[in-house]
Design a protein around this ligand. Sequence first.
Ligand code: UTP
Length: 297
Amino acid sequence: MVQPIRTAVFPVAGLGTRFLPATKAIPKEMLTVVDRPVIQMAVDEAREAGIEKFVFVTGRNKAAIEDHFDRQFELEATLRQRGKTAELGLLEQDLPAAGQAMFTRQQEPLGLGHAVWCARHLVGNEPFALLLPDMVMHAKPGCLKQMIDVYQTHGGGNVVAVEEVPWDQVSRYGVVGAKDWKDNAFRIDGMVEKPKTAEDAPSNLIISGRYILQPAIFSEIARQEPGAGGEIQITDAMIRLMREQPFYGVQYRGTTYDCGDKIGYLSANVALGLAREDLAPGFRAALKRILAEHDPL
Ligand code: UTP
């Protein structure tokens, strides 16, 4: 039987320098798309995919994330007093069950690979999902659910979500080579972290922020020297693990918004605002007005 994916790791220890000064005192993962913090959206996606154990790798200045997944007694009491049952229901529905959320710290932001390694004792010896919360994946079913379906169909292994980008952008990302396509999934036959030129890239399919990884990844990370940008990269560890274990790619059905980047963040707010039935009519009219003012053509 394929080992089920029960644990998800959320690395949230990065400095968020691209969003200063917003991220000076607030973790960037608490920035909201409309009214939901991006970390909550990633947790929702994991929960929909059947995840029961939520591991957060936090750092200094990230206490708001722990508070977000805890009860807020004063707020709840006041809402109850005022009969605000809808708002109370909303808070209740987002709360993980007791003991499901766990937190560890990455003491220094030494890179994504290092952040994942910090979760090794909490994950234990089983496959796990890794979700980068600033990548907001708007999809139905959710991206991780689509990936778990592929994981089960292939009888296990490692799975990453990918998406196509224009060729002149491949050098910013981890890129995979693809063979044996079946529907929207394929076997990965090569992986390059930040290729110098488009010629060095095996395709224009980039790794986009969701992974299912076998626990052997931890020992690969531990053997690693700092890579691109002086950080311990997860892709370098995956490249080594790929020599021993199969990796699959899923071109998931949905849209990615990189909310660690300002244009991506603004786009997510517009797209998800328009997707909200309660907001769409008013928001559409407001957008039209704004566009007409700023772009009279
Ligand atoms: P990013 O590189 O997008 O995050 O990492 P960052 O470093 O916070 O952003 P900038 O470039 O300074 O603006 C993707 C995810 O990995 C986490 C981040 O918190 C983010 O969720 N991360 C990154 C860590 O947990 N630890 C690290 O050392 C690096």
